[in-house]
Design a protein around this ligand. Sequence first.
Ligand code: COA
Length: 170
Amino acid sequence: MPRKPLVGRGRHVIMPMVKPPTIIREMNHSDLAMVSDIERRSYEFPWSHGVFRDCLFAGYHCSVLIREDRVAGYGILSVAAGEAHILNLCIDPSCRSLGFGERLLDELLHQARSAFVQEIFLEVRPSNETANALYRKKGFHQIAARPSYYQAKVGREDAAVLSKKLLVGT
Ligand SMILES: CC(C)(COP(=O)(O)OP(=O)(O)OC[C@H]1O[C@@H](n2cnc3c(N)ncnc32)[C@H](O)[C@@H]1OP(=O)(O)O)[C@@H](O)C(=O)NCCC(=O)NCCS
């Protein structure tokens, strides 16, 4: 016969801690405070709250990665005329190098394929080594440069334009 559970009379039942799974879902307006906070802590020249709101209103594919009930990252994809553009991809600084950036990027690639997109593009600062490493790992390559595209502390910084062909089954 199994032992009686230790309940009542001051005894405590010890429950195992079950962490909620990390998921990716559609972004909504109530996420914007957390999204903007991550944005401000991640970029020297962050997007404003209004830019994210406009992305939602514009109908872009806006996704959030939820870890332990909090927004830990987000990605924004625009799709038009058979092309997709990754407009933002960002992971909370405290959650980086845990595989979440790659997971979110995989989701954006999946969204683009589902929209029958054949090629996906993005701009990245050449100085952003982590992002460049991630994109190259996922099969992006540089196709062009946009001179003086980004604000910088001193003057402007070029953007590298990267692309990846999305063939069926890739
Ligand atoms: C770029 C970014 C999204 C990567 O997210 P992440 O969760 O830290 O990355 P992951 O843990 O998924 O790592 C995926 C790949 O990224 C690269 N990477 C991750 N951390 C790295 C680091 N510290 N140094 C170099 N490369 C790194 C590696 O190629 C890694 O693959 P590997 O683990 O097989 O080596 C994240 O650093 C970030 O949010 N940066 C600030 C915002 C930004 O610059 N976004 C890109 C704008 S274009």
